[in-house]
Design a binder for this molecule. Structure first.
Ligand code: SF4
Length: 251
């Protein structure tokens, strides 16, 4: 949920609704152009990862834990093996935990695997399943705002403000918001990310944003030259491209 955003009750819990209290920092025309460019880029360049074909709350939860600080290409074989052996929460919580740890081993980050297995057990004890409800998910130990939002967004196509390093980088650079320090905790950042989310196609929008952040708007050496947001204009991208333009003009 956007910090400071007015929460509204939805069938999926109290989620800050994108655009519900427009921040007015970005005008409506720019918001529409941003969404259109991100979605169009995603249609042609989006990754076909196995978890993106699923609408299962459990599988999306598993994939989101695995993707934390890990490349999607590294997650694919581990995700496939894990859900093949443990296709749903019932099977997963009754399984041999040492076997599960071995399957998750290639991903590293032991604490992350333990957090996922703990969250799965807590969901079974409290709900006998994975609820399609932001607040109930958030109440489970180990599930934070990003994973709770991603689960309802990717499974139920609910528009939410998904705030992580990827969305912060793309939105911060494009809209000229400060990226230093704890940028993701700033109200302005969180509200702007929420306002930019396309409420009619949130799932596709965020998949495209994630891929754009990984492949084009990388933390170092962003590929502004081929980015659909450069001419929006993206403030950071214009600065990146300025020396190249000057060199081209001098020739
Ligand atoms: S133009 Fe460059 S900095 Fe701006 S969003 Fe695209 S890749 Fe990122």
């Amino acid at each position: 949920m956007r910090a400071g955003a007015k929460a509204s009750t939805t069938p999926y819990g109290a989620i800050g609704q994108p655009g519900a209290s427009a921040a007015n920092r970005v005008d409506a025309k720019t918001i529409r152009a941003f969404r259109r460019r991100v979605l169009r880029w995603g249609e042609h360049n989006g990754g076909a990862y196995p978890w993106r074909k699923s609408r299962s709350l459990y599988r999306i939860l598993v994939s989101e834990f695995m993707l934390h600080r890990t490349q999607a290409s590294q997650v694919v074989p581990v995700y496939r093996a894990f859900v093949a052996e443990y296709p749903n929460l019932d099977v997963s919580v009754q399984a041999d935990i040492r076997r599960q740890r071995r399957l998750l081993g290639p991903l590293g980050l032991y604490w992350r695997s333990e957090g996922m297995l703990k969250a799965l057990r807590a969901l079974w004890i409290d709900h006998r399943g994975v609820p399609a409800d932001y607040d109930r998910l958030l109440a489970v130990e180990g599930i934070g705002p990003y994973i709770a939002g991603a689960i309802v967004c990717f499974s139920k196509n609910v528009p939410v403000a998904l705030v992580d390093a990827n969305t912060v980088r793309v939105v911060g650079r494009t809209m000229g918001l400060m990226l230093q320090g704890e940028a993701r905790r700033r109200k302005e950042m969180r509200e702007t990310i929420g306002d930019l989310c396309d409420p009619s196609r949130p799932r596709e929008y965020y998949y495209a944003m994630i891929d754009l952040a990984h492949n084009v708007c990388r933390p170092r050496q962003p590929e502004c030259r081929i980015c659909p947001l450069l001419s929006l204009p993206c403030q950071y991208g214009q600065k990146v491209m300025a020396p190249q333009r000057r060199r081209a003009e001098a020739k």
